[in-house]
Design a protein around this ligand. Structure first.
Ligand SMILES: [Zn+2]
Length: 219
């Protein structure tokens, strides 16, 4: 095992899973009580497509203990509109990236892996402070201080400076089966809603990267 990769089932982590040089891969997905749990089915399909081991870790009770996010709290509506809008802060889940990275780091320690890989990108920085480089640098340092190991485990975020459009373009080059991926935050649909911020960003990424969008949208 070389890399423990956090795989949400979306376009970014699917593209990262297809990058050369990371394998052998252990793909980790998390059931943290997200209402768009459909993404975990996508994650399994993507892991299978790259021939990687896949595990889903369940954080039972997490969502109920952290009310207020539209992603986990049925009392909060999933906002429509562009991802950069102030309203998208409703999608923040308390310290989600910190928790997922720390958990993946523990798995990496247990497997003797070299690194943890995450597909956070430049578009995440605005509303998710735990997707920013200073946080990732500090977390890597803290987690390595906290384990018995004579070898550092790296936290790799190779898309930190890339936009979602850049990642779509990269995925196109790598032949990522984007039709397997799931982006939508709407908990109801059998297909992508086409209206939530995540869907807006997905549409924009395919369009601006000059790729055919394989997604079926409800609107
Ligand atoms: Zn949507």
């Amino acid at each position: 095992m070389k890399t423990v990769l956090i795989l949400s089932g979306g376009m970014d982590s699917a593209t990262l899973a297809h990058e050369p040089g990371l394998g052998p891969l252990l793909c980790l997905s998390f059931d943290y009580g997200q209402r768009h749990v459909r993404e975990l089915t996508a994650a399994a399909a993507i892991a299978a497509a790259v021939g990687a081991e896949h595990r889903i870790l369940r954080l039972d009770g997490f969502a109920a203990a952290c009310p207020g996010s539209s992603l986990t709290d049925p009392a909060v509506a999933v906002p429509h509109g562009h991802y950069a809008a102030e309203t998208m802060k409703a999608t923040v889940v308390s310290s989600r990236n910190a928790i997922l990275l720390a958990t993946a780091f523990g798995v990496a320690v247990a497997h003797g892996a070299e690194q943890v890989a995450t597909a956070v990108h430049a578009g995440d920085h605005t509303i998710y402070p735990d997707c920013r480089e200073p946080f990732l640098v500090a977390l890597e340092e803290a987690l390595n201080l906290g384990v018995w190991s004579d070898r550092r485990i790296a936290i790799r975020a190779p898309y930190l400076a890339l936009s979602k459009i850049d990642i779509a373009r990269r995925g196109g080059e790598l032949g990522v089966p984007f039709e397997l991926t799931w982006t939508c935050y709407d908990p109801q649909g059998a297909v992508h809603c086409g209206q939530c911020g995540a869907c807006e960003e997905r549409k924009e990424a395919f369009r601006d990267a000059g790729l055919v969008d394989p997604t079926e949208y409800a609107a």
